[in-house]
Structures are given as structure tokens and as C-alpha cells.
Write a protein that binds this ligand. Structure first.
Ligand code: PLP
Length: 423
């Protein structure tokens, strides 16, 4: 009976959908033409991003779906190698079995389980803050914080090279916006002076910048913030878990944990790599975000398996700082060997090691040739980085062996000579 009704409904929908399609045919065709022309422009500009398909787990060694095996991977944000750590995977399986596939709900309706509360408490403890709130991603955390916190009476001062999600989050808020030159403290001071007329000032910066591997001068930023009565917000996606003596991040590295007010970060990089993001900071701020932050209020809860991964990753990091420390020696090995080989590596002491090449075509052909030699790296050019500053970004992981790193340097040296990047 229900089956016959369902078939009738389906038939009706099909004929309805057909009629609709006919009515909107011209618009759809016009849209298709416009999209195809835009796609052609992207291809023509040489900025088309294609996706390589991986047929194995994330890790230092990969198998690609098109047959490449034994590839050494230098382009994941898997800084601590926890993405495929056996304990992290086991924790995900246990959480999946105990708490199910997902919540089918936002947090405030019926989407909060004990593991969500436990993870929030753990994140706050890890960063030594009062409280924390989970999001589906750090992109969401950045999209949700500025609008909830700042009004037209306030001001936000943002580094010009901040991540796209900070830029978008700031766009959504109605505060007065100031953009200071990248890590330029004179310019920040000038902007802070100008912003004195507003009720509240918030300086927003990436802790570590993902395209250059450089670390924000947080000590100086915090001094200026103190002088001009401002708050400091940092995005720690490329720092949480491995920068600082205990991997707490840029604020720990630079000794300003008690001067930074708000931290946003991701669970999708060093902390197990599954997905998810968070804000941690003063309790009233977290309470307010639970009431007002739109990506939190109007999006599904983090799935239990994802929560399980991040929770275990944090346990591992809080038990011992050995994993975080192993990162630094590997980074140092790569940076010093590449510099000795004649390459310019941007940034300092960070596992993001951009090999600066300048020319976009050179970066792209060298990256392709590196893959032919079993080394997976990615070339970045305009508009992702400024014109004339194309590079190949190498990311070191704690689970790379010394031999992996030496093979990468050797391949760069050969490929660099072949394509004229080295004499
Ligand atoms: N902030 C920075 C600096 C990032 O690099 C990224 C990810 O690329 C994000 C935010 C977004 O993080 P998520 O992947 O958790 O959305």
C-alpha cells in the first residue's frame, strides 16, 4: 500500500521536476555557460587546483590511487603523525561504538554528549584557560567569534596575511576594521592609536602563518596591546600541539600565555587530524558564544568518532612532551640541510618550510618532478601567495625519519639543478 503511494509520489515528482526543468532551462543553460567560462579562466590563469587521490591512510608514506606507492609525504598538516596513530584510531572506534555515528542535532537541542563536555574541559586545561567551545571546524570558530563579540562601538586590528577564515569572520562583524602590515609593529601601533576612540580593541593574528612558516611577534604584540588597552586573539592552527616546550602553542613558545585572551585552533591538523575546531578563553566569552555564535548554534554537533580522536591526541600530548619535542629536531635537520644545499627557506624554526623559488612555473614543474622521484610536495603561486613569490611548501612531521628528510633534500638538490634553481 505505502509502496504504491510512494511510486505515485515519485512519478508525480518526476513529472513535476521535468516541468520545472523545462521552465528554467534557459537560465540553467546560461548558468552553465557562465560557469564553464569561469572555469576556463581559472585554467587559463594557471591557478587550477587538482586533487591527488590517496589510497592509503594519512601518514609520512602514502599510496596514491593512480598507482604511486611508497611516496614520502611532505604536504600534510599531520605535524605530530597522530592522524594514523593506533591509539587515536582505537579511541575513535570506541567512541563510535559507545556514542553512535552522530547526533543529528545541534548542541543546544539534543546534541551534547558527555564526550563533548569532556573534550571542552580538556582543551581548556591544555591551554590553561577557563573554558572552551567546540565547532565543526576552526573555519567555523573564526567565522563565529568576531560577530558575536564585537559591535559597531568596537574595533578589530588584523594582520594583512591572516588566514582567509579570520578575514571572513571579520567581514561578518560590524566592528571598525583596521588592517596592519604583516608583522609590522610600527604599523600596528599607528593603527592602535587611531583605534583609541573605540570602546574595545581586539588585535587578531595567526600565531604561525601557514604560507611563510613565520611566527607572529606575540611578545611585541602583547606589549602594544597592554600599552593601548587592547585584547589579543590568536589563531593557533599551525602551532597547537607542537610549538613551545609543551606544545601549547605560540603563546607558550614566546612566554605570553597570560597575555593572550582568546585562542582559536583546529582539531584537524596536529591534534589527530580528523576535523573540528574550538575557541578557548574567559568563561563569559565562551558562555556568550554558546548563545550567539551562529556556526555553533546552527550546525550539527561534532561526531563522536571525531571527538574520540581529538580527546586521545590531547591525552597523549598531556602525558608527555616527547612528541612535540621530536618535531623541532626534524625541522632543524631539513632547514639546515636545504640551506647548505643553496636553497632559501622562508620562516624560522617552524615545520612549515617554504622553499622560495619566485617563478610560478618553476615551482609547479619542480613539484611535479619531485613526485616523479617519490616526494610529495606542493607548489604555491599567485593568488595564494604574492606574485613573484612562488614556492614549494614542505611540511615536516614528527614521524618523518631522518632518512625521509635526507631523501627529500637529495631530490630537491637534483631537481633544483635540473631546472636551474640551483647552480
Ligand atoms: N586557520 C588557519 C590558520 C588555517 O590554516 C586553517 C586551515 O587551513 C583554518 C583556520 C581552518 O581550520 P579547519 O580546517 O579546522 O577549518
Amino acid at each position: 500500500m505505502w509502496r504504491a503511494a510512494a511510486v505515485r509520489t515519485l512519478r508525480g515528482a518526476r513529472s513535476g521536476a521535468g516541468a520545472l526543468r523545462a521552465a528554467s532551462g534557459a537560465a540553467a543553460a546560461q548558468l552553465r555557460r557562465r560557469l564553464e567560462s569561469e572555469l576556463e579562466d581559472i585554467r587559463g590563469a594557471g591557478t587550477w587546483k587538482s586533487e591527488r587521490v590517496i589510497a592509503s591512510r594519512q601518514g609520512p608514506h602514502l599510496r596514491l590511487a593512480d598507482g604511486g606507492a611508497g611516496i614520502i609525504n611532505f604536504c600534510a598538516n599531520n605535524y605530530l603523525g597522530l592522524s594514523s596513530h593506533p591509539e587515536v584510531i582505537r579511541a575513535a572506534v570506541e567512541a563510535l561504538e559507545k556514542f553512535g555515528a552522530g547526533l543529528s542535532s545541534v548542541r543546544f537541542i539534543c546534541g551534547t554528549q558527555s564526550i563533548h563536555k569532556d573534550l571542552e574541559e580538556k582543551i581548556a586545561r591544555f591551554h590553561q584557560r577557563e573554558d572552551a567551545i567546540l565547532y565543526a571546524s576552526c573555519f567555523d570558530a573564526n567565522a563565529g567569534i568576531f560577530e558575536a563579540l564585537l559591535t559597531p562601538e568596537d574595533a578589530v586590528l588584523s594582520d594583512e596575511l591572516n588566514h582567509a577564515s579570520i578575514i571572513d569572520g571579520i567581514r561578518l562583524c560590524k566592528a571598525n576594521k583596521y588592517r596592519y602590515r604583516h608583522m609590522d609593529m610600527q604599523d600596528l601601533e599607528a593603527k592602535l592609536k587611531e583605534a583609541q576612540k573605540h570602546r574595545l580593541r581586539l588585535v587578531a593574528t595567526d600565531g604561525a602563518f601557514s604560507m611563510d612558516g613565520d611566527i607572529a611577534p606575540l611578545r611585541e604584540i602583547c606589549q602594544l596591546a597592554q600599552k593601548y588597552d587592547a585584547l589579543v586573539f590568536i589563531d593557533e592552527c599551525h602551532a597547537t600541539g607542537f610549538l613551545g616546550p609543551n606544545g601549547r602553542g605560540t603563546d607558550e613558545l614566546l612566554g605570553v600565555m597570560d597575555k593572550v585572551t582568546i585562542i582559536n585552533s583546529t582539531l584537524g591538523k596536529a591534534l589527530g587530524g580528523a576535523a573540528g575546531g574550538y575557541t578557548t578563553g574567559p568563561k563569559p566569552l565562551i558562555d556568550l558564544l554558546r548563545q550567539r555564535s551562529r556556526p555553533y548554534l546552527f550546525s550539527n554537533s561534532l561526531p563522536p568518532a571525531v571527538v574520540g580522536c581529538a580527546s586521545k591526541a590531547l591525552d597523549l600530548l598531556m602525558e608527555s612532551n616527547a612528541i612535540a619535542q621530536s618535531m623541532a629536531a626534524k625541522t632543524q635537520r631539513f632547514r639546515s640541510k636545504m640551506t647548505a644545499a643553496g636553497f632559501t627557506i622562508s620562516g624560522k624554526d617552524h615545520p612549515i618550510c617554504p622553499v622560495m623559488l619566485g617563478d610560478a612555473r618553476l615551482a609547479s614543474v619542480m613539484a611535479e618532478d619531485m613526485l616523479n622521484r617519490g616526494i610529495y610536495v606542493i607548489g604555491f603561486s599567485y593568488p595564494v601567495v604574492p606574485k613573484g613569490k612562488a614556492r614549494i611548501r614542505v611540511q615536516i612531521s614528527a614521524v618523518h625519519s631522518d632518512e625521509d628528510i635526507d631523501r627529500c633534500v637529495e631530490a630537491f638538490t637534483q631537481v633544483g639543478r635540473k631546472h636551474g634553481a640551483l647552480p
